[in-house]
Design a protein around this ligand. Sequence first.
Ligand SMILES: Nc1nc2c(ncn2[C@@H]2O[C@H](COP(=O)(O)OP(=O)(O)OP(=O)(O)O)[C@@H](O)[C@H]2O)c(=O)[nH]1
Ligand SMILES: [Mg+2]
Length: 340
Amino acid sequence: MIVKKFYGKTVEETIKKVKDSLGEDATLLLVQRVKKKGFRGLLGATEIEITAAKEISFEIQEKVVPPYGEDVTLELPALYKIKKFLKDEEVDDEIINNVISSYIEAIGGNRLKLQELDMNIFESLIKGLIRTEKDQSPIGKFRAIFIGPPGVGKTTTILKLASYYTLEENRDVVIVTTDIYRSGAIEQLKIYGRILNIPIEAAFNVREFERIIRKLESKDVILIDSAGRSKRDIEYVELLRKFIYTIPAQKLKTYLVISAIDNFKYIKEVYETYKVLYPTSIIVSKLDESVSFGNLINIPFYTKLPISYITNGQNIPGDIEVAKSDKLASLFIKKDVNLK
Ligand SMILES: Nc1nc2c(ncn2[C@@H]2O[C@H](COP(=O)(O)OP(=O)(O)OP(=O)(O)O)[C@@H](O)[C@H]2O)c(=O)[nH]1
Ligand SMILES: [Mg+2]
């Protein structure tokens, strides 16, 4: 707090001096008429004296202000910890910088508060970044196609969901496979279908696919499998697009399945290949095998899509969960969370 005296002929003039010097938010402590200083005062001349004050907090002087450069994290323990934590989890550098900026904003740039990491604020920032879908399990009839690179777990995830909808929700489920490359895979799927009592249909071209989808019109849930192809196989993506176009968009969910253990550079390329199919959300698979959890943040950040489900094991049925930001944020922060 600074306190100063101001003098003038009139109150208005003196208040103007106060504001010019201390700013609009200065507080007037005392306004009085006093004897002028010096010779004229002795002759009886008076003037207005205003005592004014202004709050100058330590925080304002000690603020960390944008842009926040690399070096800001070195001297401030809270920021250093955030950076190290996120780097160890393999979170993308651009996101790390965003989190650091958001953290500084959240604590109002107060340098003192940056001496120690506030885990609650950090966790809430992480929670905001792990975007998840609000309404994962549609109530009425729906169709869902599962797309993504080879071996990420599309077929396994479909079987897990199909058994869930059949056993837990008693819905009428059919699996349609469009894996036109591997007859062995279809045979294997049919074996699962028999065990789980779920019908399996196979379509090898768009006309067949359209016919099957029309035939299955009355079914509650149709889960459509696709073949995992190299990201360079643009022709297959084109074929998938034709399959997708046969189903009205409002009825269709397009899940892009991404494995948590793949590196983020590869994941970005995968997204670039599949984004032409307008995926509606992400399924993050193989979380059980993951040694770092950065992709839970990297994927929604890069794709701007929410996560619908996570999968965490090879068991069918089982090993799948609806994605929840708070639970995944706790997992990320390494609280004792059991995903099984
Ligand atoms: N640990 C672990 N393994 C999984 C998970 N989901 C799938 N897998 C395994 O990953 C392997 C590939 O799974 P698939 O379901 O065949 O993968 P896909 O995406 O259908 O593969 P393609 O059809 O070849 O593109 C299998 O061995 C699965 O058991 C998971 O959540 N955790
Ligand atoms: Mg498959």
